[in-house]
Design a binder for this molecule. Structure first.
Ligand SMILES: NC(=O)c1ccc[n+]([C@@H]2O[C@H](COP(=O)([O-])OP(=O)(O)OC[C@H]3O[C@@H](n4cnc5c(N)ncnc54)[C@H](OP(=O)(O)O)[C@@H]3O)[C@@H](O)[C@H]2O)c1
Length: 293
């Protein structure tokens, strides 16, 4: 296998965490400021618990202050909004992350919009999304932000390239498409979704294919162009009798099938996944620095 084809998200995210730690040390020693991140989790979703605890561990590693509030599934929306308000007004907190999904009785968009956009380190607040589209300073949602760092740090040319994004979610598809079309990346972007016709024809035109549809190993080699760069955002659990616990994690791209034909590819796990946490910390650091100005 050609190792240099693999865009190693674990390695790149570790570099970013080191950079964040170095800057955090300076903030502490020179400005008496410690970046602070508040996590709010509602309910008992096991995956959400794992995500929050790994984000909190990463905070500890880089020297951030963090606090986790775990609320029961039955928490009324008003109580969640009050807690957010408390963190909005807490000077020790620079970033607020409400782990999604929320229980059905809570209006997710209302919760997102209740976070002070200056502490919205997830980058989901309309103020940040709007600024992203316009191309002005904002908190970029962590997964798309991670994708742009993977492209930059793997020296992937984006200028004038055809980028095809599979998926139009608010957290991945739409923001990454809007980022790639900015002058900084200068790509020509096509967004595909479940109603897209002739999908294979479109994906076959992609110099860079970004797959975020949540369908295990959906992208096969007959859908891609020779020499393309593949960014696989998918995290899907599939049955695997040879694995210890009877399952394994796989992406939206059939990695083995596409490997020979593409020029670069992100693995799953170890590609986009670790970048998401690194960019969350980078956003929180940015928020702490913004406060000093
Ligand atoms: N690595 C990370 O840190 C990270 C972060 C976030 C998400 N993820 C993973 O990324 C994947 C996508 O997540 P998401 O939240 O963006 O997805 P999502 O909200 O489930 O949206 C999926 C998108 O894919 C489209 N789609 C579904 N089937 C399709 C098909 N056959 N052809 C074309 N388009 C299709 C859907 O189209 P419609 O809009 O028409 O329904 C939708 O826009 C998931 O596996 C998720 O676990 C990973």
């Amino acid at each position: 296998m050609e190792e240099n084809k693999i865009i190693n998200g674990k390695e790149i995210s570790n570099q970013i965490l080191e950079e964040v730690k170095t800057e955090t040390d300076v903030l502490r020693s020179s400005y008496n400021t410690i970046p602070g991140l508040a996590f709010i989790i509602v309910g008992e979703n096991p995956a959400s618990k794992v995500y929050v605890s790994s984000k909190a561990k990463a905070c500890e590693k880089v020297g951030f202050y963090s606090v986790t509030e775990s609320l029961p599934e039955s928490t009324p929306e008003s109580e969640l909004l009050s807690l957010i308000d408390r963190f909005n007004n807490d000077d020790l907190i620079h970033g607020i992350l409400v782990q999604l999904p929320l229980p059905k009785h809570i209006d997710e968009q209302k919760v997102i919009e209740s976070i002070d956009y200056r502490k919205d380190v997830d980058g989901f607040h309309p103020q940040n999304i709007g600024r992203l589209v316009i191309g002005t300073d904002c908190f970029i949602p962590c997964t798309p932000y991670g994708i742009t760092e993977l492209l930059k740090r793997s020296s992937t040319e984006t200028n004038g390239k055809n980028v095809v994004v599979l998926g139009r979610s608010n957290i991945v598809g739409k923001p990454i498409a809007n980022l790639m079309v900015q002058k900084e990346f200068n790509s020509t972007v096509t967004i595909c979704h479940s109603a897209t016709k002739n999908l294979n024809e479109i994906t076959s035109q992609a110099d860079i294919l970004i797959a975020a549809i949540g369908k295990a190993e959906f992208v096969k080699k007959d859908m891609i162009k020779e020499g393309c760069v593949i960014i696989d955002v998918g995290i899907n659990r599939v049955k695997d009798e040879t694995a210890k616990n009877g399952s394994r994690i796989t992406g939206d791209v059939d990695y083995k099938d596409c490997f020979e034909k593409c020029s670069k590819i992100t693995p799953v796990p170890g590609g986009v996944g670790p970048m998401t946490i690194a960019m969350l910390l980078k956003n929180t650091l940015k928020s702490a620095k913004n406060r000093l100005q």
